[in-house]
Design a protein around this ligand. Sequence first.
Ligand code: ZN
Length: 152
Amino acid sequence: MTLTRTVEGLKNGTVIDHIPAGQGLRILRLFKLAELGERVNVGFNLTSRHMGVKDLIKVENVELTEAQANELALFAPRATVNVIRDSEVAKKHKLAMPATIEGIFACPNSNCISHVEPVDSFFYVTPQGNDVKLKCKYCEKGFSKDIVTAVE
Ligand SMILES: [Zn+2]
């Protein structure tokens, strides 16, 4: 497969497109993209033919992994993630909702053992309609994704 489409202004890096408007900032924070010291171009509330409005993130010299792309699916199930090398699309990640999420979000339950023990957080992911429920492996409590992802 040859991909020759060029992405304006990005030689090497990742383009995350078709992010639901309002989720772009969250994704920047989630992957700490602004803290990497690389150039980041973001567009919020851009016009989209299919979505009405959308957010877009371009980050230089950083390639999102398949696992990270799947974590994106929590916030932006229809986002497109293209890895750019030498100004060409080298890889298109297909997003799939992950079955589990490890070590990214803290458990919202302050009594949870994961806050005391030296363990990575661990959630089981269950899609429920338009929402996603996350269940903590340690305290076995279930949470809406919005609660879990809001905890810093
Ligand atoms: Zn917990």
